[in-house]
Design a protein. Structure first.
Lengths: 225, 275
């Protein structure tokens, strides 16, 4: 084979290898979804109800996310363990009780309109035992919002001066937190996205990059099945 | 056999085809062109698209008929090895082509400018639009954020709502802005599309002319849930609008108390965690 032929084959093979690697990387990125976690179900005399327990943390930690240990994130409880996922499975046409253990400090809402609770049963949430229909927008740390279902629950943050604040997930009940609970009524089956409306991504332009743009942190899906 | 007069034959073919096709395009295609007749501005778009199509039809026919004519009559004979004559240009054809296309393009430029100045054509005119329609206008602020549009009505206590309803046959003055990144407010059936930039007030006028449901989308790639910035709005009667806005004022009373005073733009605060 001529030197030119060898050169062409060599370059072609190199380009093919690089192309395959790029394709594998893109395919891996495009198909990487958080693990789907089912909410805990229970039957009562009034029917089937489901409990979804979540945790929000200022930094997810290396245990759950070696790539982005300092990113803000949600976690979900399953069989007593905290799991790093934002894909939650709940039954259709049922009552879902949601509890959020909120360990992060406040960032403030960019749009104060989103400080009012929407779409929950009674249009309220309970924060540390007190039932309210809106929070001070300056105190918002995150929101649990499912826009397609009209659900918006603002989550107030832990006070800056609070003692024993949690640094990395998983946080424990002994550490400073807010306990927020609310109830939603699911209807038809579907896959609905949920998101945080608070610009809470530390170190990113306008607080809207990184964890705010990545599934598994401040965005996910509510699978109504 | 004497060579026919190709120029005359082609011209006749083209003129006849244009005289038949252009009215057909206007009559048959014009009424179904986008975006429909949901507003005065949308109807204007339909008219403009019809004018453009009517002007483009003879040009398209010129090219297509010439191509077919050439393939049919200037085909190389079977087995022939004749080389075509070298063409060095034709000053008359070139001149006609340049003059005609210039007239077409300049006419459209003048037409477009005049039409744009009539009512803004449903596009954003910036904070100080050149043309402002006369008469009373309902003020509506469109606030874009990742990833939802909300709407504020300064004439109704500054209430903000998550869905849009508009009264029919009333001029609406929309002030489009953003709280974070660049979005674009696109209400297709109303013929409205306006960029939503942070700290910028982009004014657009629209007059809905029929009661209907319209789609609202973001037309600027704005992040992970860009595709979810989709909603339906409604054009309703004045009575229905009054009832709806009163309900919204009650429903969102708590949130309204938290809102800052109405302003055409809002600085993208807070940025406590931002770079």
């Amino acid at each position: 084979m001529s030197p030119l032929g060898k050169k062409v084959i060599g370059i072609g093979a190199g380009v093919a290898v690089v192309g395959v690697l790029i394709a594998l990387y893109v395919a891996s990125w495009a198909t990487s979804f958080p693990r789907s976690v089912a909410a805990a179900g229970s039957s009562t005399t009034t029917g089937v109800s489901t409990q979804l327990t979540l945790q929000t943390v200022a930094a997810v930690g290396a245990k759950y996310s070696p790539e982005h240990p300092d990113w803000v994130s949600y976690l979900v409880q399953s069989h007593g363990k905290w799991i790093h996922s934002t894909d939650y499975r709940v039954p259709a046409n049922s009552v879902v009780h949601v509890t959020v253990l909120q360990y992060d400090g406040d960032s403030g809402l960019r749009n104060p309109f989103l400080s009012e609770v929407q779409g929950t049963v009674g249009g309220t949430e309970t924060v540390d035992g007190k039932t309210i229909n809106a929070i001070n927008p300056e105190e918002a740390s995150h929101t649990f919002a499912v826009p397609e279902l009209g659900i918006l629950v603002p989550l107030p943050g832990v006070e800056e001066e609070a003692k024993n604040q949690c640094e990395f997930a998983p946080c424990t009940l002994a550490e400073a937190h807010r306990t927020i609970s609310f109830t939603i009524h699911t209807h038809k089956k579907g896959r609905y996205h949920w998101q945080c409306f608070v610009p809470c991504a530390a170190g990113f332009l306008t607080g809207g990059g990184g964890p705010m743009q990545t599934l598994g942190y401040m965005d996910g899906f509510l699978d109504v099945v | 056999m004497a060579e026919p007069n190709h120029a005359r034959r082609f011209t006749i073919l083209w003129v006849v085809a244009s005289l038949i096709a252009t009215p057909l395009v206007i009559v048959l295609l014009g009424p179904i062109l986008p975006p429909g007749n949901g507003s005065a501005q949308a109807s204007g778009h339909v008219t403009d698209n019809t004018v453009l199509l009517a002007m483009a039809t003879p040009v398209l026919l010129l090219v297509v008929i010439y191509l077919i004519y050439a393939v049919t009559f200037f085909r190389q004979p079977k087995g022939g090895i004749l080389e075509g004559p070298a063409v060095r240009g034709n000053q008359r054809i070139q001149t006609v082509w340049i003059v005609v296309t210039s007239i077409l393009v300049l006419s459209l430029a003048v037409y477009g400018t005049v039409r744009l100045e009539e009512d803004g054509a449903g596009s954003g005119g910036g904070p100080s639009p050149v043309v402002v329609p006369h008469g009373k206008k309902l003020q509506v602020q469109v606030i874009a954020q990742q990833w939802e549009f909300t709407y504020r009505f300064p004439e109704y206590g500054g209430v903000e709502v998550p869905h849009l309803e508009l009264p029919v046959n009333e001029m609406v003055e929309m002030h489009v802005t953003s709280l974070d990144v660049i979005h674009s407010f696109w209400a297709y059936q109303l013929g409205v599309k306006a960029d939503a930039n942070p700290d910028v007030d982009n004014v657009v006028f629209v007059k809905p002319t029929k009661e209907e449901t319209f789609e609202v989308r973001c037309a600027e790639l704005c992040g992970i849930w860009h595709g979810s910035m989709f909603d339906h709005g409604h054009v309703v009667s004045r009575e229905a609008f009054d009832t709806w806005i009163a309900e919204q004022q009650t429903k969102f009373a708590a949130a309204t108390k938290s809102l800052p005073p109405y302003s055409h733009t809002y600085l993208p605060e807070p940025t406590r965690r931002a770079e």
